[in-house]
Ligand binder design. Sequence first.
Ligand code: XBP
Ligand code: MG
Length: 241
Amino acid sequence: GLQALIFDVDGTLADTERDGHRPAFNAAFAEAGLDWHWSVELYGELLAVTGGKERMRHYLAQYRPDFELDKQRYSDLDTLIVQLHKRKTELYVERLGQGGIPLRSGVLRLLREARDAGVRLAIATTTTPANVTALLDSGPEPGLVNWFEVIAAGDVVREKKPAPDIFEFALAQLNLPAAACVAIEDSENGVRSALGAGLDALLVTTSSYTESQDFGGATLVVDQLGEPGDPASALMGDLGG
Ligand code: XBP
Ligand code: MG
């Protein structure tokens, strides 16, 4: 039977990319005196690469091939990327602290249902751990972060999604086989990662940037969890949760 739910964060628990991560990147770029700006549309393309540091490197390689590093200020490109990302994380966490981004519809209810049924909760995300805590702590349920037994996030694995590493890591931490878990994702990269880790019970809740992506292999694709009787609860029921 079902023993755990493993959630993605960005786009799945909350619609964080367009009005959360994106403006935080732009503010960090501006503070550093860089003329980089990620529009809503461009950011949609950049999301093909998961992980903020990886995304900045991808942007430079694909869109700013002529970029020249200011060697007076930064010893090498890695130093610049790491500094920008550190500041971006601070700005993003600040934004969440101001009550910026709500959990998606049905998320808190599903977490409650799972918890009441004794189903364990875990997270598998490419984002930075501080961002997960900030998101869960900024909402209506104090201590929500503590409901999650495992938070697999960011650089804890070498290869980010679509590689299976982060879901494999979460499964290892839970000490459960993939067949005992349901993964909940919003993106094609996430679906590939979960399937790669053997998570065949896979629910997709599409988000603003992902609605036209390819979710081949997913068990169910919906546009939101919604309220009681939703597909995730039904899937939990089918699996005996
Ligand atoms: C989320 C990401 C992250 C965030 C930014 O993907 O790709 O990189 O966009 O967070 P997923 P960081 O929902 O598939 O986990 O800047 O902390 O990486
Ligand atoms: Mg996501």
